[in-house]
Design a protein around this ligand. Sequence first.
Ligand SMILES: [Zn+2]
Length: 436
Amino acid sequence: MQTAHMDVIFFDREIETLPTERLRTLQESKLAALVEGTYGRNRFVTSKFDDVGARPGDVRTLEGLADLPFTTKVELQVAQDEGPLSTNCTFDEAAYTRIHQTSGTTGPPLRVFDTPQSWDWWGRCWGFVLAGAGLTAEDRLFVPFSFGPFIGFWAALGGAERIKALMISGGGRTSAQRLRLMADMEVTAMTCTPTYALRLAEVARDEGFDLSTIPMRITIHAGEPGANIPATKARIETAWGAKCYDHAGASEVGAHSFGCQAQSGGTHAIDSEFIVEVVDPVSGRPVSSGEDGELVITNLGRIGFPVFRYRTGDIVRVDTTVCPCGRTFTRFAGGVIGRTDDMAVVRGVNVYPTAVEQLVRSHDAVDEFRVTIKRDREMSEVLIEIECRDGADTEGTVRAVGRAFESSLGLRPEVVSVPRGTLPRFELKARRFLIT
Ligand SMILES: [Zn+2]
């Protein structure tokens, strides 16, 4: 897609197209304000600085920031356990008006305390996400979930308010009822996990519901990889007749990156609200540009619950080419391409769940799947269970998935088909990869 032919929607055009040097100046001035606002007030931050002898005046540049130690999820968990709020709270409880928490799929939930300022800031970040996908005040955004303590839905609401789109919450309904509500309300956009977008399409097929009665044009996905996996993205786009966009964020740091209308298969970091670094997961040193590494994030917008150099566990690769959309924000080729903790090594081959999903989802007949890496003595084996849609050539699909796996990864998995409805379905974070 060429810039000249693309009607690019921005949330904040000036900020999103700032020359790199000015973007850096903006980041450093926000960083200095963050240090000023937290050092000496926030126990957790103050001890992080003191541990390495860093003085607040030292941390006013990107280089100065790089001298601070990383922050890990475990440290934030300990800070929470030390209570009564968390030692990472900068202010007294009276200053906070909201609590949100992580989804708790990988350990006990981590609570994050929000001030009106930081809650507002979440909405601002989601403004970049929604506008990045091309949403405008003309759109009707459907959020097919009940609103719990997980921040994603609330932040989407805040973002929709920022861009003045009409927002419809689909809480307290079955998937079939949600489909009818979407058709009745003529929704044009939806945000949910990629898994749930496919689940809704499956329910529509089972119920004989015609998805084309919903004038959907944009779907935005977060919570897990999928919108950045070409086969999954294509499947969602075909089912919904809409453009599919990726977004990544985490409660610990914020909504930090989004897909743009260039649809280049990657995402942009919101550099005006975060400082991103990509480091070697083992040594902690910066990787060369274009190399895979762990995403480390400093959040510039949350003085009440800051994080300096948070290790996200997400694997990214920076793309230094200029995006056709015109944004100068950092680009991640392929979005979040893996997790430092979910890669399995089978017979010496690195197996990323995203790569496996791409292989399996390329087969149209497969509705749902589950991969189990079985550690048997010294050897690991791969079991892939697939559920095929009714009337599909199940045996042929089993063979084809096995062949694709073998030619792409050089591994021979055991592929079996299971009856429809056997494998679990997910609304939030899917668990399709098991290591036993
Ligand atoms: Zn772009």
